[in-house]
Ligand binder design. Structure first.
Ligand code: KIV
Length: 277
């Protein structure tokens, strides 16, 4: 996987201000999910800007059929493992299903993952999260709000489907973004929304917007690590690209895949229309 050079070891940590500056300059940033120390190390070698300890670990690590069984203890365990091995990327950690349904739980569970090494907590939903976002930021916890297809609500959606396709859905998503940004959200993450809508969100709000299946105009891009390494247990989504076997991965190894992904995101050559809605 490669070792860190002295230069890579001493690279300054990416912070929210770094992401805000990148957005202000029209530059993009890379994000990958990560769940353990070895891959976190390889991501530092490859200069990945932000890491998401996603509750997708329920599926790709634990073999569950959804993210719902994942616990706060699971998130704490994986966050500690990642944080030990990477001192460069900004670390975002998911609060799992029903762990922020009340303010008391949101505070206690954010404390647990922040003390494990997260820099930002990610929560799924819309305007209804405003109070939680505001209380967390007042207590020193920045939030990333995940909108669009929110996998913790798969049972409400009746499957993993593109969101924001109708005019009224698009208007609601914009309103939700406005409410959580006004409440103090530091990052928005859009999953499976039409590219034009994601572009509008990115241009409208002054916080970094990360996309997955949301087109090339977002400020940052995220993929699930296993997906971008071509490790699938089911048919990959349209927005997934296998960077392990991709032409631009000259070394055809894992660090090469991370480097090729980082470069493609920075140069906005990924995602293409083929990976977007
Ligand atoms: O849990 C996760 O990996 C995520 C990404 C799909 C954005 O939320």
């Amino acid at each position: 996987m490669g070792y860190l050079t002295t230069e890579q070891k001493s690279k300054p940590p990416i912070t929210l201000s770094t992401l805000n500056k990148l957005k202000a300059n029209g530059e993009t940033f890379s994000c990958l999910t990560c769940y353990d120390a070895s891959f976190a190390h390889a991501m530092q070698v490859a200069d990945i800007d932000t890491i998401l300890i996603g509750d997708s670990l329920g599926m790709v690590v634990q073999g569950q059929t959804s993210t719902l069984p994942v616990t706060v203890e699971d998130m704490v365990y994986h966050t500690k493992n990642v944080a030990r091995a990477n001192n460069h990327a900004l670390i975002i950690c998911d609060l799992p299903f029903m762990s922020y349904a009340t303010l008391t739980d949101a505070i206690a569970n954010s404390k647990a993952v922040m003390q494990a090494g997260a820099n930002v907590v990610k929560i799924e939903g819309g305007a209804e999260l405003a109070e939680i976002v505001s209380v967390l930021v007042k207590n020193g916890v920045p939030t990333c709000v995940h909108l669009g297809l929110t996998p913790q609500s798969v049972n409400v959606f009746g499957g993993y489907k593109v969101q924001g396709k109708t005019e009224s859905q698009a208007e609601k998503l914009l309103k939700d973004c406005e409410t959580v940004v006004n409440a103090g959200a530091s990052i928005l993450l859009l999953e499976c929304v039409p590219s034009e809508l994601a572009k509008k969100v990115t241009q409208t709000f002054n916080v970094p917007v990360i996309g997955i299946g949301a087109g090339v105009d977002c400020d940052g891009q995220v993929l699930v690590m296993h997906d971008m390494l071509g490790v699938y247990t089911r048919k990959p989504a349209k927005f997934v690209k296998d960077f392990l076997t991709a032409e631009e991965n000259a070394t055809k190894d894992i660090t090469g895949a991370f480097k090729a992904y980082h470069k493609a995101v920075k140069e906005r050559t990924f995602p293409t229309a083929e990976h977007s809605f």
